[in-house]
Design a protein around this ligand. Structure first.
Ligand SMILES: CC(C)(COP(=O)(O)OP(=O)(O)OC[C@H]1O[C@@H](n2cnc3c(N)ncnc32)[C@H](O)[C@@H]1OP(=O)(O)O)[C@@H](O)C(=O)NCCC(=O)NCCS
Length: 277
């Protein structure tokens, strides 16, 4: 056995990784040679393998794929999509347009799934500690409001009285629960949050796409930050499509509203430097 020069060992361990073994002529992901994966493993399965280290079961991969598919686009009124299109008209390439758009997937737009998974996990741990479900939901919502303010992530929508993506996603979770793929606990928790919010506000604040995909990510065991990361992967599909469509349509320097409309000014009335002491 040869002993390596310590500085060479230091350099080789600098980006030590368990994800990929790459050497000249060799590419193995989590141990599997890429030659075997190509043609046998789909994109959602590959995402799971990369993030979790093992391949998912068929049922797990189907649920992950449904969540990724459901959130790809929400049209140019979604800030991320509008930003992708605006960026394209500034003369940057698709990569810059995509990066600009992904950068705004924060706590309120797209990134809400991360906080929703945190909320669901908080409720689950309160139930595990012996608190009844209804009470655990009330307590977790109070804690969430104290930490983040009155808007509960994963619920409510600016445009949809009922988010058309939620029911089909929850139906997939329910079916997966009957098949033993997931246990269905987080679907129950998500619905309990929705019911509690309705009781508190006196009107329905329906679970939105982030709340529904958060149910799936929690059921599948993804930790909260990955809910945001996975949303970014999913929405990147729509972002790319819109950036490309805008590229083909052309347009230069397109701002957020047509040029006929000028934003309101509410600052100081006109004045002159000559009048300023
Ligand atoms: C998406 C969102 C910005 C839409 O908000 P909106 O339709 O403009 O809602 P409004 O600001 O007009 O609020 C209307 C009422 O519903 C309530 N409401 C709306 N969403 C709520 C939420 N998620 N939690 C609690 N109350 C909510 C508001 O408190 C307000 O009640 P009030 O009049 O008593 O103050 C908002 O629901 C939100 O921030 N949700 C959480 C973040 C999220 O999930 N984002 C992903 C969206 S797909």
């Amino acid at each position: 056995m040869s002993i390596k020069d310590p500085s060479r060992q230091l350099a080789e361990d600098w980006w030590e990784t368990r994800i990929i073994d790459m050497q000249p002529g060799v590419i193995r992901y989590r141990g599997y040679p890429v030659e075997e994966l190509i043609g046998n493993v789909g994109f959602a399965q590959m995402i799971w393998l990369m993030l979790r280290g093992e391949l998912p079961s068929r049922g797990q991969a189907d649920l992950l794929e449904a969540a990724l598919m459901a959130a790809v686009d929400h049209g140019p009124q979604a800030p991320s999509i509008a930003i992708a299109r605006m960026a394209t008209t500034c003369g940057v390439g698709l990569n810059s347009a995509m990066a600009s758009a992904v950068n705004v997937l924060g706590d309120v737009h797209g990134g809400a799934g991360e906080q929703a998974v945190e909320l669901y996990l908080d409720i689950a741990s309160r139930v595990d500690a012996g608190t009844a479900m209804a009470q655990a939901v009330e307590q977790a919502l109070d804690a969430f409001v104290d930490a983040h303010g009155k808007f509960i992530s994963g619920f409510g929508h600016r445009f949809h009285p009922v988010d058309p993506r939620t029911a089909p996603l929850l139906a997939l979770v329910d079916r997966a629960a009957t098949e033993g793929i997931v246990d269905g606990r987080f679907a129950m928790i998500g619905r309990a949050v929705e019911a509690c919010l309705e009781a508190r506000k006196g009107k329905r604040i329906p679970m939105n796409i982030d709340g529904a995909t958060a149910v799936i990510y929690a059921e599948l065991g993804f930790p909260p930050p990955l809910a945001r990361g996975l949303f970014c992967l999913s929405r990147s599909v729509g972002i790319l499509a819109h950036a490309w469509e805008q590229t083909q349509q052309g347009g230069r320097n397109k701002g957020p509203i047509p040029r006929q409309f000028i934003g309101s000014y509410s600052g100081h009335p006109p004045r002159s430097l000559k009048e300023t002491p």
